[in-house]
Design a protein around this ligand. Structure first.
Ligand code: SF4
Length: 914
């Protein structure tokens, strides 16, 4: 069959890169960046460039939810049912709960990964048909503080800048964003800008020395939660040094006097003490911000995921308003969206406190407009429950049914103990998902198979307000259906079970295509700040930013250039927030500040990225990162298991030294959930404390206590497995986590060779049945396997060699002096036969030399840290010349470029070679 090409959009981050999907019949065979897409001009990062691999049919067979499933008893097995039965069941249960307990007894929890069309139908279903506002999304965990910040100051939820501004800015102030990992293609664009304009200054405010911070001209390693104090301090300096723009302030803003009073006490000395920074660095940051202009701020979860998230946003926007650094090329406060369609969800009002097209629930005129558009008498005025409130209400028995679509709250929500209580207590839980094995799915009474990237039609909006089409390249597998279709079919059934809402008696959900949904959404924007009435699906052949009103020939890339803002008087409003510490400050019982964040090559709960061995190579296992001094102080070694406790819960993790965190701080990647390790994952620890204005929880900071976990009996097992069963094997092993004190299970290798690595630890020897089960899963139970066992002391070893003498699989259990070199042997495919009995002894040192399996740096060309270090020993000249030589020799950093910041850092720190 001929290869077909389909233009679409990457489903991961908010950069919104255009992709071209190659497909052959029902199979996606390739991916490349769309050279004509204005977000990425052909570039993709490690995640985007492996999309086709994650869509492989053999993976789909192991991971996808392919038919509706019903679970008759919680914790019990599921059985397949037909779509009509499933939707009738759902409508009966939702309908009867609404009839008996009112519309607020049901909650819908959606996702920033849904397409705008999906979001639109769900929002109308809940607010227009069911008659409550209990619809919220995981965008609440991601962007709601940015929404509240924009609305409080600029009057509208509209990021004023565009990606092109990266190349015009003289100063780029990056606050609470690890751009290099979270938005890699924007980092490439920023690197291009700096190459062309070497005097462009990068300031990074981040408690961690991330790869972004390491690449900056100035890194401000502020203490967690002190951002408002830093921004007030910079404002103080701008005033003191005469770098504000009084004529702009007078002509286009209000409220400056109160802010000026507020920042009076924020002297450099005071701010340095509060933030843990050097006074000189704060002064330098303010001078570049106000004097080396235009200035662009890029910010993300470090500001948003905070109990003072809105204040952090407004305090930063204040700096732009006070200096007039907004609405012109290279200037503006630019929030970066984490998810691919967080913006689209906001546009259709898919949050508990919003209505369609940026209308407000609290505004009676807005409610009347939406009711008229939908053909209903009214939409409810009472705000719905935001994400954390929704799960709390379910845990308290107030919400009796939860509908979860395209997200995994049992992994991603803070305070997992409450989330689990909510899922257990709810009378009816529906999980509408593409993937079969999410933690949330385990709690579902009904699982509905949804289509996903490569199979769906619709649209998304990226961080710069640019709307792109998402197109289907292949049909959805099994019985999976588009999310909006599932919502529509539920809605049509509910129309027959609930009191009539449609004023003309016809269905409110007449759509047969995604385009019809989008056309209705388009009409809802008429006359609004995001007016897209001049657009159509056909015009979206070329992605366009909003607004794009009727009669326009292109979308508007920059907003507020005329100094008129979306407030009633047209003036932007300064905010004067107080600085407040984190909700859980460090104290004697919880003396360590834990922060969370992204890994470079993983996405959220890893439902998709976690199916590819190669995407584990950069950060291969769950870990608690601590500063090396902290390890020395505690007398811990890398890999030691530590129990992390917060006020919310506990988690056991291996420690890993990292220079990127300061002493008394710790870091855990946000991706590690119960699908990959024992316990409830990182969010067992995080708190539901949230910003009072935005409702966004403080995922970025939790006070924790660390103690060594006493789990002396250890197990490490690894195997190369056939690609058509490696993921089902992982699920088998995951089901054994409950029998372990600590356990983790991850992939390794590059497709098609995929390996599985299991680690476990217990307080004493594991029972033989657990070891038998592990051996069986890893195909170590039968055949030519070398064995050693001492049942009294709980020692057991099993090793299988391949025909070529390399290791196929092993399991080492008991008191393990070292397992590292045996794992290296297996992962490197080195000959192992000569190691003889040492394989079973698991000695500390190998009897023969083994080449180390070091951390991967370049994912595209599989280049490791050790090989880069070895090559650098022979690279001479300037840093730029050495980088070039390195790239010529190893090809690292020549494909997607995601590893360039790491390569540059290695070049900077390595001795000049000969
Ligand atoms: Fe996808 Fe990477 Fe582009 Fe984000 S930067 S949209 S993850 S390719």
């Amino acid at each position: 069959m001929a290869t077909r090409e389909t233009r679409s959009t990457c489903p991961y981050c908010g950069v919104g890169c255009g992709v071209i999907i190659a497909s052959d019949g029902p199979t996606i065979t390739g991916i490349r960046g769309d050279p004509d897409h204005p977000a990425n001009f052909g570039r993709l990062c490690t995640k985007g460039s492996t999309l086709h691999l994650s869509a492989a049919p053999h993976l789909a067979r192991q991971t996808r939810l392919l038919q509706p499933l019903q679970r008759l008893a919680r914790g019990g097995p599921t059985h397949a049912i037909g779509w009509d039965t499933a939707l009738d069941l759902a409508a009966d249960r939702i309908g009867s709960i609404v009839q008996a307990n009112g519309p607020e007894a049901v909650g819908f929890y959606l996702s920033g990964q849904l397409l705008t069309e999906d979001y639109y139908v769900f929002n109308k279903l809940v607010k227009g048909l069911i008659g409550s506002n209990n619809v919220d999304t995981n965008s609440r965990l991601c962007m709601s503080s940015a929404v509240a910040g924009y609305k409080a100051t600029l009057g509208s939820d509209a990021p004023p800048s565009c990606y092109e501004d990266l190349q015009f800015a003289q100063t780029v102030f990056i606050a609470g964003s690890n751009l290099a990992w979270a938005h890699p293609v924007l980092m490439r664009r920023l690197e291009d800008a700096k190459r062309i304009h070497p005097d462009q200054k990068w300031i990074v405010a981040d408690p961690r020395r991330t790869e972004t911070a390491a690449a900056a001209d100035l890194h401000l390693p502020l203490l967690p939660g002190t951002d408002v104090a830093l921004f007030h301090g910079m404002m103080h300096l701008l005033l003191w040094e005469g770098m504000t723009n009084p004529s702009y302030i007078a002509a286009h803003t209000s409220g400056f006097a109160e802010l000026r009073d507020r920042v009076r006490e924020f002297t450099p000395r005071h701010v340095a003490q509060v933030c843990g920074l050097r006074e000189d660095d704060i002064v330098q940051a303010a001078r570049w911000f106000g004097g080396h202009t235009p200035t662009l701020s890029l910010y993300c979860q470090g500001l948003n995921q905070s109990s003072s998230g809105t204040d952090k946003n407004t305090a930063l926007i204040n700096l732009h308003l006070a200096t007039g650094q907004i609405g012109q090329a290279g200037a503006g406060p630019f929030s970066l969206t984490g998810q691919p369609n967080a913006m689209g969800g906001r546009e259709v009002g898919g949050l508990a406190n919003l209505l369609s097209a940026h209308r407000d629930l609290g505004n009676p005129a807005h409610r009347a407009e939406v009711a008229a558009l939908w053909g209903v008498a009214e939409v409810p005025a009472k705000p719905g429950k935001t994400a954390v409130e929704m799960f709390q209400a379910a845990a308290d028995g107030e919400i009796r049914a939860l509908w979860i679509a395209c997200t995994n709250p049992a992994q991603s929500m803070p305070d997992q103990t409450t989330v689990r209580r909510a899922l257990q207590r709810c009378e009816f839980v529906v999980v509408q998902e593409a993937y079969a094995h999410t933690a949330s799915g385990e709690h579902a009474d009904l699982l509905l198979p949804a289509s996903t990237w490569g199979e769906k039609e619709g649209s998304v909006t990226n961080s710069e307000r640019r709307i792109s089409r998402v197109r289907a390249a292949v049909p959805a597998p099994g019985q999976a259906r588009a999310d909006w279709v599932i919502a529509r079919d539920l809605a049509r059934r509910l129309e027959r079970r609930l009191p009539p809402r449609s004023l003309d008696g016809t269905t409110m959900f007449p759509y047969e295509t995604a385009e019809q949904v989008w056309n209705e959404h388009r009409e809802s924007t008429r006359g609004r700040d995001l007016d897209i009435t001049g657009l159509s699906y056909a015009r979206l052949e070329q992605p366009q930013p909003w607004p794009y009103p009727s009669g326009a020939t292109s979308g508007q890339t920059r907003l507020y250039g005329d100094g008129r803002f979306a407030t009633p008087d047209g003036r932007a409003r300064f905010a004067a927030p107080l600085w407040r510490p984190t909700a859980e400050p460090r104290e004697a019982r919880f003396p360590v500040s834990l922060t969370t964040g992204r890994l470079r090559d993983q996405w959220h709960g890893m439902s998709r990225t976690g199916t590819l061995g190669r995407l584990f190579a950069h950060a291969s296992e769950p870990a608690l990162e601590l500063h090396p001094q902290e390890l020395t102080r505690q007398r811990w070694q890398a890999g030691d298991l530590v129990q992390v406790s917060s006020r919310q819960g506990k988690l056991v993790l291996p420690v890993q030294p990292s220079e990127s965190v300061l002493p008394a701080q710790a870091f855990i990647a946000m991706h590690w959930g119960p699908e990959y390790m024992t316990g409830l994952g990182v969010n067992a620890l995080t708190s539901g404390a949230r910003c009072p204005q935005s409702g966004q929880p403080e995922l970025k900071h939790t006070a924790v206590r660390l103690v060594k976990a006493e789990l002396p009996w250890q197990l490490v097992a690894a195997a190369w497995l056939p690609e058509d069963c490696v993921l089902t094997t992982r699920e088998r092993l995951r089901a054994m986590f409950g029998r372990m004190g600590y356990g983790s299970c991850v992939l390794f290798g590059r497709e098609p060779a995929t390996g599985l690595l299991l680690r476990a630890a217990l307080g004493g020897p594991a029972d033989a049945a657990l070891l038998d089960d592990i051996e069986d899963a890893l195909q170590l139970a039968q055949g030519p396997v070398l064995r050693y066992a001492d049942t009294r002391s709980g020692q057991r070893r099993a090793v299988r060699l391949q025909a070529d003498g390399s290791l196929q699989a092993f399991m080492l259990a008991g008191d393990l002096a070292s397992q590292g070199w045996i794992l290296d042997l297996l992962q490197q495919g080195q000959p192992a036969a000569g190691f003889g009995r040492a394989l079973l002894a698991a000695t500390a040192l190998p009897p023969l030399a083994v080449s180390r399996h070091s951390r991967q740096v370049c994912a595209c060309h599989d280049v490791s840290e050790d090989s880069i270090a070895a090559a650098l020993a022979h690279c001479s000249g300037s840093a730029q010349q050495r980088l070039q030589t390195l790239q010529e020799r190893l090809r690292c950093g020549t494909e997607c470029g995601s590893c360039l910041p790491a390569l540059k850092a290695m070049v900077q720190t390595a001795p000049v070679g000969v």
